[in-house]
Design a binder for this molecule. Sequence first.
Ligand SMILES: Cc1cc2nc3c(=O)[nH]c(=O)nc-3n(C[C@H](O)[C@H](O)[C@H](O)COP(=O)(O)OP(=O)(O)OC[C@H]3O[C@@H](n4cnc5c(N)ncnc54)[C@H](O)[C@@H]3O)c2cc1C
Length: 390
Amino acid sequence: MASRHITAGLTEDHVALRNMVKDFVDQRVVPTASEREEKNEYPADLIPELAELGMFGITISDEFGGSDMDYVSYGLIFEELARGWMALASLVYTTSSGGYLINNFGTQEQKQRFLPDIVAGKRMSGIAITEPSTGSDVKKIKLTARREGENYILNGSKIFITHARHADPLVVLVKTDPTIEPAHRGGLSLMLVEQNTPGVRYGSDYDKLGHRGLELCEVIFEDAVVPRSNLLGSEEGKGFYQMMGALDRGRIYMAGASTGIARASLEHALSYAKQRETFGKAIGEHQAIQIKLADMATKVEAARLLYINAALKTDVDGRASAESGMAKIFATEISVEVAYDAMRILGGYGYIKEFPVERYLRDAQLMPIGEGTNEILRVVLAKQLLSESP
Ligand SMILES: Cc1cc2nc3c(=O)[nH]c(=O)nc-3n(C[C@H](O)[C@H](O)[C@H](O)COP(=O)(O)OP(=O)(O)OC[C@H]3O[C@@H](n4cnc5c(N)ncnc54)[C@H](O)[C@@H]3O)c2cc1C
């Protein structure tokens, strides 16, 4: 398996980066991931090591200490991190997404204030879009930000926010033009909400099926006072477009991470299939198991090729919405299938917590839902295909 997950055509830099992250994951993440996950333990001790590896600067320009990596590198990193522990991939993703938005749309003052600390792992970040009454239909958000002198006053709430209590800043989508109902795209803005902002409180953590180790909570804004200087980019009405700009990255992240979960499942199943014997031979010698393994490996390979294709196209053309959407849909769905097949190959051992396969299956379940559900992505993709069709 040593070279199986290196795709032909990657540069030496890509391979070196991927090997660096792989070594870190093998040594520092894999040995403790299941235990930390079971305890729902936030991996604070790994943050300095992730910062040292440059993981928080992958979306940030070198002017602020980052490396602003290409999308292929980005996908490879998340494949490796998620192979070890999905919560760690999510921690890096949420923080690097905040970094991406500030790096690409922030004012010079905002960049100087936040980006060096994000790169150094001194500030974490997160993205807050979803509200109790709306998730997929982003334009229907209700959280308002009303101008009052040099501040905005925020009222409303966000739910299902990953990494919310550690985020500093939390990048929050708000309605700056409440006269438009439902909010027109142009009525939305992004606010950089720092920790200890008066009027902001966090609900208790949701107990969730997977992605344990990273909090998921409600964030409530009651006359919360956010300085005007924390409006991302200083111009109102740009939030929807800024957020959409981050979406392709989000899809490549989901596709890369899902490939990582599927690969971890496959690798575990392969190793088990060589050791476990039934009816006088290793189960890997039974054709029923071999067919499963071959199908699993084919799906992992195809998922990786799809996200690398989307990443390469984005690196060349600046955007690849259709390809990123296809990669996200395929990789997230095969991660559930491959993890499930791994569980079947392990038999009863697949279902108990001594083995990580049940964790892979739980973590995989979120992937078709997050970062734009696969149903929505299919609708968007079909519309694009129809509009391009002669
Ligand atoms: C673990 C976890 C972490 C999360 N982290 C974050 C985060 O950090 N920040 C954040 O802002 N949000 C986060 N979310 C929220 C997540 O992004 C939303 O749950 C997701 O976008 C779906 O929104 P919803 O739950 O409101 O579902 P809805 O939008 O209500 O959709 C319900 C169902 O209807 C389908 N559907 C809706 N509209 C259509 C349509 N037009 N055509 C076909 N089908 C449709 C959907 O696909 C889905 O199956 C997280 C959620 C979870 C569970």
